[in-house]
Design a protein around this ligand. Structure first.
Ligand code: ADP
Ligand code: ZN
Length: 629
């Protein structure tokens, strides 16, 4: 078996593994199974692709996304890897050719849809493959599809459990970007991975800048934000189809290359939109959440939300589509209290069981807490996924644009006392009611009108108290009662006690009282970001003309081969080329993203482009397509 690091460097041209990749790869090569939890863009594919090349036999990759499969295969072929895809979209002739290659052991990686794997007699054929070790591994991508708790359940996935029974000796690796414990447990159970290992990568996406804005005039605010991102590809999420259509039209009127995407459009319209998004550098897709799965475009530079997503999980996943290539990207969102009642109603009217509704309400509450958080957003986001970020991140609006702080020590003491006196089992609404001296039937029945904390909260209004509850939750002072129906209890003693005793002070940005809010709404504020390649050029870090020449060359290569530009080279590789200006094939081989196959295929011509000897696109084409890659 070959050494995985050597394979990574030779085939992919990457100098080193990232995070837990190496441990995972070595575990699978040694014959182990397991579950990989890694955020979008974290590098899940290499976790099975590298062992697929290192172990003898065929690696079978199950993926629910046909469009994505073809992209992955295309990218692998460019690297000189013998890969193919088998799915329902394939013409019959190609299927037959594929079979004979399979039989001759001429494939390293085979991508299949779950229907295709389980539907016909593919399993029998795999079992009948000749040779001492015919199968290298099974990879099950998007493994959360097996979970009924997840957001993307696929009935076919459940049957993938048979792989454990039929091929007990073949390693199985399940991969997902969905980390919540419930989904995780379900994947392990259904796919029979109890004896395997769980690999958990950090869910931080440091290159994504989180910027939140108070919602005022969302359409205008969006235009102001987009004005700073002209020439870049991005996604704008809105809740309803009509809003998507309207926003897309507004953006086009403002000169943006915008397309709408939602479930109300025809299949042709949707695939045309998808195609444009994949192949052009500067397309803005305005979409409902129907748009997302199956997008693995690495150079999405921004994701904007003009409506609140339905949960913090959904927000994380949707914003996670930005910056897969690791270069700077922005997650921008406008939010306001007006979004919340509608989302609550959606959940109440969803027809789900009570238990499920309670979970959904909890997830929405976490999102509201995030949007109202004081200080670093990333710390709140990661805490929700069970991670601690020791220092504020310096790359979110909380860190970059600190808000005016109010001393809330006394208010927080009152709130914590009310939680304590009512027995650490009630939710925010009830506790705030008690603080404000409510005299509802329930309060009287519970005797909470007799408590010393009853009615001591007149200095803040209801909205401010609710915000304070969320902020204290976001900071860990209050935590949900385990298994409780939205009840709150104290967080860690060492955090809560000093505050209650008046030994620690707490300063937070509290919103003005409700009555003043309508008057006091401000402007849109500044936001960061900027075109990665363009920004590097303007900053003088690289030669702008050279970057332009490289992009032009890449665009021409991509369109000649009918593949998206990033399949040829990622932005990151172009940037490194322009920075380092390699002058020989050996130097070129040291650039990240240039492996042996690409070096052989593109090496000479790239050197010529770098020497300024290649002039690609004609002037006419140039003026008509200036903004695309
Ligand atoms: P995921 O499937 O987890 O969303 P991908 O497998 O698509 O992520 O990887 C995201 C990007 O990171 C890809 O462009 C990939 O080539 C790149 N990448 C992954 N691992 C490495 C590595 N070790 N070194 C350099 N780039 C990497
Ligand atoms: Zn921060």
């Amino acid at each position: 078996m070959s050494d995985p690091l050597e394979v990574l460097q030779r085939v992919w041209g990457y100098p080193a593994f990232r995070g837990p990749q190496e441990a995972i790869v070595r575990h699978v090569i040694a014959g182990g199974s397991g579950l990989v939890l890694m955020p979008t863009g974290g590098g899940k594919s290499l976790c099975y692709q590298v062992p697929g090349l290192c172990r003898p036999g065929l690696a079978v990759v199950v993926s629910p996304l046909i469009a994505l499969m073809d992209d992955q295969v295309e990218a692998l072929l460019q690297l000189g890897v013998r890969a193919a895809a088998l799915h329902s979209g394939l013409e019959a002739g190609r299927g037959a050719a594929l079979w004979s290659r399979l039989g001759r052991g001429e494939l390293d990686l085979l991508y299949v849809s779950p229907e295709r794997l389980l539907g016909g007699d593919l399993l029998e054929q795999l079992a009948a493959l000749g040779g001492p070790e015919p199968l290298a591994l099974f990879a099950i991508d998007e493994a959360h599809c097996v979970s009924q708790w997840g957001h993307d359940f696929r009935p076919d996935y459940i049957q993938l459990g048979v792989l454990a029974e039929r091929f007990p000796a073949v390693p199985r690796l399940a991969l997902t970007a969905t980390a919540d414990p419930r989904t995780r447990a379900e994947i392990i159970e259904r796919l029979g991975l109890q004896a395997g290992e769980v690999f958990l990568a950090s869910f931080d996406r440091p290159n994504i800048r989180y910027l939140l804005r108070a919602k005022d005039q969302p359409g205008r605010q969006l235009l102001a934000f987009l004005a700073e991102h002209r020439g870049e590809a991005g996604i704008v999420y809105a809740r309803s189809r009509s809003r998507v259509d309207r926003l897309a039209a507004e953006l086009r009127a403002a000169g943006f290359d915008a397309v709408a995407y939602h479930a109300g459009l025809s299949t042709e319209q949707r695939s045309a939109a998808l195609q444009r998004f994949r192949n052009d550098a500067a397309v803005v897709v305005v979409a409902t959440i129907a748009f997302g799965m199956g997008i693995d475009k690495p150079d999405v530079r921004f994701v904007a939300h003009v409506d609140l997503p339905k949960s913090l999980e959904a927000y994380y996943q949707e914003t996670g589509r930005a910056g897969r290539d690791g270069l700077p990207a922005v997650a921008w969102m406008v939010h306001g209290p007006g979004d919340v009642p509608q989302l609550r109603r959606f959940i109440d009217d969803s027809g789900a069981g009570e238990e499920q509704k309670r979970i959904e309400h909890g997830k929405l509450e976490a999102l509201i807490a995030y949007s109202e958080a004081a200080g670093c957003r990333r710390q709140v986001l990661l805490r929700h996924f069970g991670e601690q970020l020791a220092e504020p991140c310096g790359n979110c609006d909380g860190c970059l644009e600190p808000k005016a702080l109010v001393d809330v020590s006394v208010a927080a003491q009152k709130l914590l006392s009310a939680v304590y006196r009512t027995g650490q089992r009630f939710g925010a609404a009830h506790v705030v009611d008690v603080l404000l001296g409510g005299s509802s039937e329930r309060i009287r029945q519970l005797g909470h009108d007799q408590l010393s904390v009853h009615g001591i909260g007149g200095d803040l209004d209801r909205g401010q108290w609710r915000t304070l509850v969320r902020q204290l939750s976001g900071l860990g002072y209050l935590v949900p009662v385990p298994g409780g129906k939205g009840g709150l209890q104290f967080g860690p003693d060492e955090l809560v006690r000093p505050l209650l005793r008046g030994e620690a002070r707490l300063e937070l940005p509290l919103p003005p009282p409700q009555k003043e809010q309508r008057r006091a709404r401000g402007g849109t504020g500044a936001s960061g970001g900027g075109g990665v390649l363009a920004a590097a050029a303007t900053a003088g870090a690289v030669d702008g003309d050279l970057v332009e020449a490289l992009r032009r060359w890449r665009r021409e290569q991509a369109s000649a081969q009918g593949v998206p530009p990033y399949v040829v080279f990622h932005d990151r590789t172009l940037l490194e080329l322009a920075e380092r200006r390699p002058a020989s094939l050996a130097e070129l081989g040291g650039v990240s993203g240039i492996g042996a196959a690409k070096l052989e295929r593109y090496g000479e011509v790239l050197l010529a482009v770098l020497r300024g000897e290649v002039f690609t696109t004609s002037c006419r084409e140039e003026t008509s397509r200036t903004s695309s890659l």
